[in-house]
Ligand binder design. Structure first.
Ligand code: MG
Length: 274
């Protein structure tokens, strides 16, 4: 397959046991980002923190996907600012609560992007989606703005745990169009929430069900989900180790046209009783 710029895969793994009572939770993750087959610039940014998978993570491990928008370089700047600010603030916050640390990090990322976008003409109008997942012990917390997505996947199910803050997402929730119609809708890229678009951002931050059973998480930009259905996502995630699955998903979206930048993080959380 023809590739337009940087290689598809940037596999990284995280591991190490987390102990909760008698359960041991082991994480393995991989990520991949690609410009796609139609765009000239990759404005998506992924992140996994701590970057060194062997580093202890008492505050949990943070995974982020951001999909920037704006003119030349502005979208890429917005998404990379979101990922970096999220990590900096999340791990340095003095709040003892994961939900509050993540909320603080999202609001600070909004502020940093908004201020650059309103002070430098080169960055006017920039913004970004941001979907972040924290796994700390058996606790799972997510923060989200925009139309990137987080899925929780088991062998029997796939569930999108984030809402799409988009015009078509709203139409799907109201039953006016189907998920499949949304993928080709002319207004599919219209967001009603993004980081950096306004002085203050409305962000979703919530705790998800704790890790009592092994499962997978998938974080991705819309460049993946515009081309790949939920059942296909599930079967590809289950078919390979996380780093290989992330690369395979990017390849799959590119084979179907790669109409947008594609970014994927796959996390396998294995829960075993010791
Ligand atoms: Mg996109």
């Amino acid at each position: 397959m023809k590739r337009k710029s940087r290689p598809a895969a940037h596999p990284t793994s995280v591991g190490g046991p987390r102990v909760r009572g008698e359960a041991v939770i082991t994480l393995d993750a991989g990520m991949s980002t690609h410009v796609g087959m139609a765009r000239s610039e990759n404005q998506d940014s992924p992140g996994m923190f701590p970057a060194d998978p062997s580093e202890p993570a008492p505050r949990g491990r943070l995974f982020v996907v951001a999909d920037g928008m704006g003119g030349h370089r502005a979208g890429a700047t917005a998404s990379s600012l979101a990922v970096q600010t999220l990590s900096d603030v999340f791990f340095s916050s003095t709040s003892p609560h994961t939900v509050e640390r993540l909320r603080e990090a999202l609001h600070q990322a909004n502020k940093v992007i908004y201020e650059l976008g309103t002070s430098d003409r080169a960055f006017t109008g920039m913004g970004t989606t941001c979907s972040a997942l924290v796994i700390a012990g058996d606790a799972v917390v997510f923060g989200h703005v925009g139309d990137s997505r987080i899925y929780r996947i088991t062998r029997k199910s796939i569930e999108q745990i984030t809402d799409d803050h988009s015009r078509v997402g709203e139409l799907v929730r109201r039953g006016i169009i189907t998920k499949e119609q949304a993928k080709v809708h002319p207004e599919r890229s219209l967001l009603y929430r993004a980081l950096g678009a306004r002085e203050s951002a409305e962000v979703d931050v919530a705790e998800a069900a704790p890790l009592h059973f092994s499962c997978w998480f998938l974080l991705c930009s819309d460049g993946l989900t515009n081309h790949v259905s939920d059942p296909e996502l599930q079967s590809l995630v289950l078919s390979k180790p996380p780093a290989e699955a992330a690369s395979a998903l990017v390849e799959y979206a590119n084979q179907r046209g790669g109409s947008d930048n594609i970014t994927v993080i796959v996390i396998r959380a294995t829960v075993t009783q010791s």
